[in-house]
Design a protein around this ligand. Structure first.
Ligand SMILES: *Cc1c(COP(=O)(O)O)cnc(C)c1O
Length: 335
């Protein structure tokens, strides 16, 4: 049982079968029918003109930022944003794009008054503020639909584009019990990770207008992300979106149950009422040696990331009974 991330999910038997039988061609020539089909289908499915299949979510975000912004432009984002914190500074390093982060509110949203205050006037001293980048889900939290509508109004007022890092946007849609388009409709561009809870082995999507995706496609080649017979991966990616979405509901139920169980264990602090999707953060008492805890669990075949707060992520390769096993082991350990 691996609770470190939903990236550890293995491809399903249906994915393996589809990969083995995928029609393929050289995608750099535009010849891979399975990639083309995925891109066309995904664009339409999510309400965008075009889509691009990418090697990773990091690459999809980078291409999105670089397609929206030129050198010397900036994007607004949260301090906790993946595309600010966890992508090796790629937008700055490779795009010469300056991030302008502000603190996230506890619910993951960004305050519009604070955002407004950091938008730069048109003046040669400043970078040009071009884009607002949101993330949904962010640390397992779902941005409210009403907030997304406000964000659209905000960017329209300030002449900015709006990007969504939607690595786990399907978790958000499932948690809200809405079609993913209810979320996607507000954005000029959006990414989707196929290789997290949705279980594809590799790949993400970037969605946007035809012009935007054409620019991103050129940039993807520049970054070395042009792939050849990538239909083998796209075949699994399609199934991620057509067959794996219902699983996320179970993942969320499992996470909630895990949080409830953890909250009963001495030294573990978490409020299960705040668990919306598949990620559970638990604060450990200072007396708990998290490395020793991780070592002990490893002996029982359970993998966690040794950190405080401790993050547990549920996914299709963790069952409801695995949750009970983990809770028992933790109770034993604490006793
Ligand atoms: C995982 C993740 C990414 C990056 O995806 P990789 O495929 O790991 O590069 C981007 N944004 C968010 C919110 C993520 O969780």
């Amino acid at each position: 049982m691996d609770f470190r991330s939903d990236t550890v999910t293995k491809p399903t038997p249906a994915m393996r079968h589809a990969m083995a039988n995928a029609l393929v061609g050289d995608d750099v020539y535009g010849d891979d029918p399975t990639v083309n089909e995925l891109e066309q289908w995904a664009a339409q499915r999510h309400g965008f003109e075009a889509a691009l299949f990418t090697t990773s979510g990091t690459q999809a975000n980078l291409l999105g930022l670089m397609a929206h912004c030129e050198r010397g432009d900036e994007y607004l984002c949260g301090q906790q944003a993946h595309n600010y914190r966890y992508e090796a500074g790629g937008a700055a390093v490779l795009g010469s794009i300056q991030p302008q982060p502000i603190e996230n509110n506890p619910d993951g949203t960004l305050d519009f008054a604070k955002l407004k205050a950091v938008i730069k006037p048109d003046d040669c001293h400043f970078a040009r503020t071009r884009l607002l980048s949101l993330e949904n889900t962010i640390n397992g939290k779902v941005l409210p639909l009403a907030y997304l509508a406000q964000a659209r109004e905000f960017v329209d007022q300030h002449n900015l584009a709006l990007h969504l890092d939607g690595a786990r946007v399907y978790n958000a849609a499932v948690a809200l019990d809405v079609d993913v388009c209810e979320i996607a409709q507000h954005f000029d561009s959006m990414t989707i990770c196929l290789s997290k809870g949705l279980a594809a082995p590799i790949g993400s999507l970037l969605l946007g207008t035809n012009e935007f995706i054409a620019k991103a496609r050129r940039l993807r080649k520049m970054l070395g992300g042009g792939m050849r017979q990538a239909g083998i991966l796209a075949a699994a990616g399609k199934l991620a979106l057509t067959e794996q979405v219902p699983q996320l509901k179970q993942d969320h139920i499992n996470a909630k149950r895990l949080a409830e169980g953890l909250s009963q264990i001495h030294g573990f602090s978490v409020n299960a009422d705040f668990i919306q999707t598949n990620i559970v953060f638990v604060k450990l008492a200072d007396t708990i040696d998290v490395n020793a805890l991780a070592d002990k669990l490893a002996q029982d075949g359970i993998t966690i990331s040794a950190a405080n707060p401790l993050r547990f992520v549920t996914h299709k390769d963790i069952s409801a009974s695995d949750i009970e096993t983990l809770l028992e082991k933790l109770e034993q350990y604490m006793a």
